[in-house]
Design a protein around this ligand. Structure first.
Ligand SMILES: [Fe+2]
Ligand SMILES: [Fe+2]
Length: 383
């Protein structure tokens, strides 16, 4: 059983932005050092930025006087900004963001959690229905091998067995625009509940927010490859309006079913990106081979400067694997009484890539281990 009161007594639990890391030994590994170093670097950056921005603001103020040019405001108005600070000053992202080792990126398996209860079956049924409808509308039929080995790539694409780069992009953009909704809804509702009941949230809000942010970054990344049409944007607007409200109402009634639904949805996302990677690596997506990674992706996942789009796809697939693991694990908990086992740290891809979720007792054990590690760190700091 998870002892909420014991965890609440730990003063650090509600500071995930400083402690939460992706990695099994979060207290003494490279990621940990990276995070603390990044925080220090950010402070330094901010100090520099403040100094620099004060100078710029003074100059801007002078230029913005009546009759002067609008050059200063053009610094402020950048709807397509990759980052909010100049490139030479990149600090860390404010929310937790994933950085993977090359080995972690290859750990992902396509997995499915067998349904057990009625709510599991309902959640999975809805995901299957959504996927089938989406495949039908986008005229996509997946086949393991081409129906006729002599068919050319063009013929396969025309017959709907393979997606072109444009179709892949549309599929990804649409899915990502929807995938960013559940985390924000869950975080909103838990936030409101915390305000209403005047009690702490047990660490769920941050993880849900991080998932929403992570999905939005997927969308922002792929958006750089092609600007969607007005028709596509209208489609996203309609889908968002319907899905946000449906998910909002459903989460009020059954958070467990909703996390299970997202867990299954993420199973499909892992499958989609696995197929996309397979197509690209087999030469069936020639438009994307050797395509450089967008700058926003290099910054977010801390990829090497010469990273390619394939590296981005691997990173995104790993993120989807995290969402699969986290949501199925949360769906195995009691959302009213249990703490979020991932508030302090998360297992790395060696676990998340091969395991669909923690059951409730594994989550309890994981929380216990986190506290033991924290105790050790505190003792070490006092010595
Ligand atoms: Fe995503
Ligand atoms: Fe996802």
């Amino acid at each position: 059983m998870i002892r909420t009161s014991a965890i609440r007594a730990t003063p650090f639990l509600y500071q995930p932005s400083t402690l939460r890391l992706s990695g099994t030994s979060f207290l003494n590994n490279a990621s940990c050092r990276r995070t603390f170093i990044s925080s220090a670097a950010r402070c330094k950056d901010e100090a520099l930025l403040n100094k620099d921005s004060h100078k710029k603001a003074t100059e801007a103020h002078k230029q913005d006087m009546p009759g002067s040019s609008s050059a200063a405001t053009s610094e402020l108005t950048k709807p397509d900004a990759v980052s909010t600070v100049p490139r030479e000053m990149h600090g860390d992202w404010v929310l937790f963001h994933p950085v993977y080792t090359p080995d972690e990126l290859k750990q992902v398996e396509v997995l499915h959690r067998a349904t057990k209860t009625f709510s599991d079956k309902l959640a999975y049924g809805l995901v299957k229905f959504t996927r089938a409808s989406f495949d039908f509308v986008s005229r996509y039929k997946h086949v393991e091998g081409p129906p006729d080995p002599n068919m050319s790539l063009e013929q396969l694409r025309k017959a709907g067995y393979m997606l072109s780069d444009r179709q892949w992009l549309h599929r990804i953009l649409f899915l990502e625009s929807i995938a960013g909704v559940p985390g924000m809804v869950a975080a909103t509702l838990r936030h409101l509940q915390s305000l209403r009941l005047m009690r702490r949230d047990s660490g769920w809000i941050h993880t849900c927010l991080e998932e929403a942010e992570n999905e939005r970054m997927h969308l922002m990344t792929f958006m750089t490859l092609r600007k969607p049409s007005i028709f596509f944007r209208a489609l996203v607007l309609g889908a968002q309006g319907v899905f946000y409200n449906l998910f909002f109402l459903s989460y009020i009634f059954s958070p467990k079913t909703c996390h299970r639904f997202v867990g299954h949805l993420e199973e499909e996302a892992v499958l989609t990106y696995t197929r996309c990677i397979a197509d690209l690596e087999a030469g069936r997506l020639p438009e994307w081979s050797n395509k450089p990674a967008p700058e926003i992706a290099i910054d977010y996942w801390r990829l090497p400067a010469d990273a390619k789009l394939i590296d981005v796809l691997y990173a995104v697939r790993s993120d989807e694997t995290t969402h699969r693991f986290v949501n199925h694990s949360l769906a195995n908990l009691n959302p009213s009484t249990d703490v979020n086992p991932f508030a302090l740290r998360e297992p790395d891809m060696h676990t998340k890539g091969h395991k669909i979720a923690f059951d409730r007792s594994e989550s309890a054990e994981y929380v216990k281990q986190s506290h033991e590690l924290l105790q050790k760190k505190m003792q070490a700091s006092h010595e």
